[in-house]
Design a protein around this ligand. Structure first.
Ligand SMILES: Cc1cc2nc3c(=O)[nH]c(=O)nc-3n(C[C@H](O)[C@H](O)[C@H](O)COP(=O)(O)OP(=O)(O)OC[C@H]3O[C@@H](n4cnc5c(N)ncnc54)[C@H](O)[C@@H]3O)c2cc1C
Length: 335
């Protein structure tokens, strides 16, 4: 049986956890048995009830009022409790900062192998897919160096811990699945588990569509020139019902808040269309937008590295191109 750590906000299951569940399901032929889920804290029972469609047969919900604030040690304790109870053959989580942090704690506490940010997981390298002898090494392909390198590795050990790189698989529901059996439990928390916990949440100041979920992202880099220059991108984003993103140069210059930054040290986005205005296409930036279905680059430099990742490009000065696109959109809408 594979155990999946599922993140949720109240009763809403995180999309990245649904993606991780989709990969966990594919592990079942190599590690036979149904998928079990672990949900931690408030809203867990309601969120768990939705997981049948993602192949979950049983859902363990950790309940304790001390879990109200996220505490990585306490979550690791919950994972450990369920490992002891059901004896899974692998543990999978989303490759979020939380998923990776919790599995890191579990790995350290139990001396288990942990492969972070996997995009594919296969059977024993020596055997064919689907043939996996218990305890044998199996292969993972995982993202390294901010997405610029795919590493193929063999993971040895009875209980591998694996996180799934965000947006590397699409979340897919299965037909006709029954609701999972929901099993609440009280984790055996110790004071040391709660030494580190979140003290306060500060909501991002955000108007309109969220960057992580937008279907279209209008993103600007150094080429935009100034904080005021983003006014024209805001206007265009409004017409396209898009979110505004940016590069790290922009956040470092204080033109936009860090919450708008796309990339290795910012947000990962996976829109239908990513429009990059005046962004050179550093690997650390591309790491955050390579999940986009299409990339349109607008750049003055025909040799800019982003053109290697772009599906479409317009070479020219964005001070002329952005107003022209905006005007054309307004004209088209007025027809
Ligand atoms: C550990 C680490 C983590 C990092 N994480 C991130 C991250 O998460 N996200 C991120 O973005 N970066 C990140 N970076 C920084 C990254 O390496 C680049 O420095 C950064 O992405 C460059 O930003 P830029 O493309 O806006 O600027 P530049 O590289 O300076 O590119 C500006 C582009 O604008 C074009 N341009 C200029 N004027 C115009 C104009 N008038 N019209 C059209 N085009 C024009 C230029 O041709 C150029 O291609 C990270 C770096 C490190 C070391």
């Amino acid at each position: 049986m594979v155990l999946a750590l599922v993140e949720h906000e109240s009763d809403r299951v995180d999309e990245l956890s649904l993606q991780a569940l989709t990969l966990a399901r594919d592990l079942v032929p190599t590690r036979p048995g149904p998928v079990a889920a672990l949900l931690v804290g408030e809203g867990g029972r309601e969120a768990a009830a939705q997981l049948g469609a993602y192949g979950v047969a049983s859902a363990h919900v950790a309940e304790d009022e001390r879990l109200a604030a996220y505490a990585p040690g306490a979550w690791a304790r919950c994972v450990g409790d369920v490992i002891d109870r059901i004896g899974p053959s692998a543990v999978v989580a989303a490759g979020t900062s939380r998923g990776n942090e919790v599995l890191g704690h579990v790995a350290a506490r139990r001396d288990l192998p942990f492969a972070a940010n996997c995009v594919a997981i296969g059977g024993d390298a020596a055997g064919s897919p689907g043939e996996h002898a218990a305890g044998a090494a199996f292969t993972v392909t995982r993202v390294r160096w901010g997405g610029s390198l795919l590493e193929e590795a063999r993971v040895h050990g009875e209980l591998p811990l694996l996180s799934v790189a965000p947006h590397s698989v699409a979340a897919a529901a299965v037909n006709g699945a029954a609701a999972p059996a929901v099993e609440p439990f009280a984790p055996a928390l110790e004071p040391a588990d709660l030494l580190v916990q979140v003290a306060e949440h500060v909501d991002a100041v955000q108007a309109g569509v969220s960057l992580a979920e937008a279907k279209v992202v209008v993103s600007g880099g150094r080429g935009v020139g100034s904080a005021d220059g983003f006014g024209m991108l805001e206007e265009l984003a409004g017409l396209l019902e898009a979110a505004v993103g940016c590069s790290r140069v922009v956040t470092s210059a204080g033109w936009r808040p860090h919450t708008d930054q796309v990339g290795q040290t910012g947000t990962n986005v996976a829109p239908d269309l990513y429009i990059a205005y005046g962004i050179s296409g550093a690997t650390q930036h591309i790491a955050g937008c390579k999940g986009a279905k299409k990339i349109l680059a607008i750049n003055a430099d025909a040799e800019a590295p982003i053109l290697a990742s772009a599906d479409y490009a317009v070479i020219g000065d964005l001070a002329e191109i952005v107003p022209a696109i905006t005007a054309e959109l307004r004209r088209a809408r007025a027809r």
